[in-house]
Design a protein around this ligand. Structure first.
Ligand SMILES: Cc1cc2nc3c(=O)[nH]c(=O)nc-3n(C[C@H](O)[C@H](O)[C@H](O)COP(=O)(O)OP(=O)(O)OC[C@H]3O[C@@H](n4cnc5c(N)ncnc54)[C@H](O)[C@@H]3O)c2cc1C
Length: 396
């Protein structure tokens, strides 16, 4: 027997089968789109079936003890350095710090060599800095589920953060509930192709004639609502474009051009969630106190389990937190429950990915329409600037 996910487009690339195989006979290989899929070396396979048992698509994970109506909060870290260096309100880092204080381990996505996005296990504040922030391509999980199991079996506390399908994969791999494991997922629009991300970086290196030293998605130079992509180069130059002009982000969030096929029918945008805590951006946030500055980043926090509730209580002293309702949360964030619709030009995009530059290809697939830009300026950016000016004027 070999792993049978009959339709390739259902495989989420969560690496669970790869971790579960006792003979290490599964390799994760990239297809022409740059997404990884399991390939079995049939000569080595002993047909134990563990890969199929672990697959979170063939065997859906439902955490029965998790609630279908989570407690919902708008929140952020009171530490401005953490908040400004995080994607949303920095709540992940606050949770992570509470683990580090107790000698626990963290597992999340970092930029590795050549800015390759990969999961790793860390247990220091420096390690936390590396896994902080959203990285907008699918993370290479490697064998971290095995590392996590070893730590859990040795009674170490572990905090895992990943996409909902990765969290489900980890739970299936472990095959039992560990009291010393906490799982945090996030509202996930979908996973971008690592190959497209590499092509984007390649295009920037060519344009700036220099090697990249740092990649930073959802940088807050222009504020949280108008998040930007910032890339720094060896020659001291930097690239900074907001969400309306950075082609990589536009291709992702406006056009769904290079998202993994399985994300189009995500099985884990459901309640109960597979995690103890779900994090997201609190888009559309309205606070009771208008004095509070949401522009440094605001997290949407969903507490799904008793473990999550106790953990959140533990960090409450270091954060601002205001209770919200389900409709407050859903109002501004369709991705909580809706999967992205794949772009009809997706096939054309991938057919030409090897022969065209990222810039040329995106120009073919979407137009930076002046009407859209003007609309954005008038409807989104100018009112935001006005609001900030008025706020500043009132303070003076
Ligand atoms: C691919 C992706 C899509 C997202 N889509 C949405 C969305 O549509 N709507 C929304 O409201 N929020 C979305 N988020 C979540 C949001 O961007 C923030 O990550 C979340 O709100 C937590 O923010 P924070 O400030 O608390 O922590 P952060 O410091 O931002 O922590 C992020 C955590 O996520 C992990 N992580 C980062 N990148 C990856 C990755 N590629 N794969 C797996 N784990 C990763 C990090 O290791 C870290 O543990 C998405 C995040 C990612 C990575």
């Amino acid at each position: 027997m070999t792993i049978e996910i009959l339709e390739k487009n259902k495989c989420t690339g969560c690496y669970t089968c790869y971790n579960a195989c006792p003979k290490n006979c599964i390799a994760m290989e990239r297809d022409h789109e740059g997404f990884s899929y399991p390939i079995i070396d049939k000569k080595k396979c002993v047909e134990c079936g563990l890969c199929e048992k672990a697959c979170p698509i063939l065997h859906k994970v439902v955490v029965k003890t998790n609630t279908t109506t989570p407690d919902i909060f708008a929140a952020w870290s009171l530490n401005d350095t953490i908040r400004l260096n995080s994607t949303s309100g920095g709540i992940f880092s606050e949770i992570a710090l509470s683990f580090l204080e107790k000698g626990g381990y963290l597992c999340g996505a970092r930029y590795g060599e050549k800015h390759h996005i990969e999961h790793c296990v860390v247990n220091t504040a420096e390690g936390l800095e590396k896994i902080r922030q959203s990285k907008y391509a699918q993370s290479d999980i490697g064998y971290v589920y095995r590392d996590i199991k070893k730590l859990l079996d040795n009674d170490q506390k572990v905090l895992f953060c990943g996409t909902p399908c990765e969290c489900a994969g980890l739970r299936n791999y472990l095959r039992k509930d560990y009291e010393n494991l906490t799982v945090v997922d996030f509202v996930c629009r979908g996973s971008n192709s690592p190959k497209v991300y590499e092509k984007f970086l390649e295009y920037l290196e060519e344009k700036y004639q220099s090697k990249i030293t740092k990649v930073w998605f959802k940088n807050k130079t222009y504020g949280w609502n108008r998040f930007s992509t910032k890339v720094e180069f060896e020659n001291g130059q930097s690239y900074l474009e907001d969400r309306y002009h950075d082609k990589y982000i536009v291709g992702y969030i406006r056009y769904n051009l290079y998202i993994r096929p399985s994300c189009a029918h995500c099985e884990y945008k459901t309640f109960p969630r597979v995690s103890d805590i779900t994090l997201a951006d609190f888009w559309g946030i309205k606070l009771d106190n208008p004095e509070l500055d949401i522009e440094k980043g605001t997290s949407l926090v969903m507490i799904n389990s008793l473990k999550g509730k106790n953990l959140y209580k533990n960090i409450e002293r270091g954060i601002f937190s205001e209770r919200k309702t389900f409709s407050d949360a859903f109002g501004g964030n369709a991705c909580i429950s809706t999967s992205p619709i794949m772009n009809p030009k997706r096939q054309y995009f991938f057919e030409h990915l090897d022969t065209m530059t990222f810039d040329a290809l995106t120009k073919k697939c979407f137009k930076d329409k002046w009407t859209v830009r003007i609309k954005q300026r008038f409807i989104q950016i100018i009112p935001l600037k006005l609001k900030n000016w008025i706020k500043k004027a009132i303070k003076q």
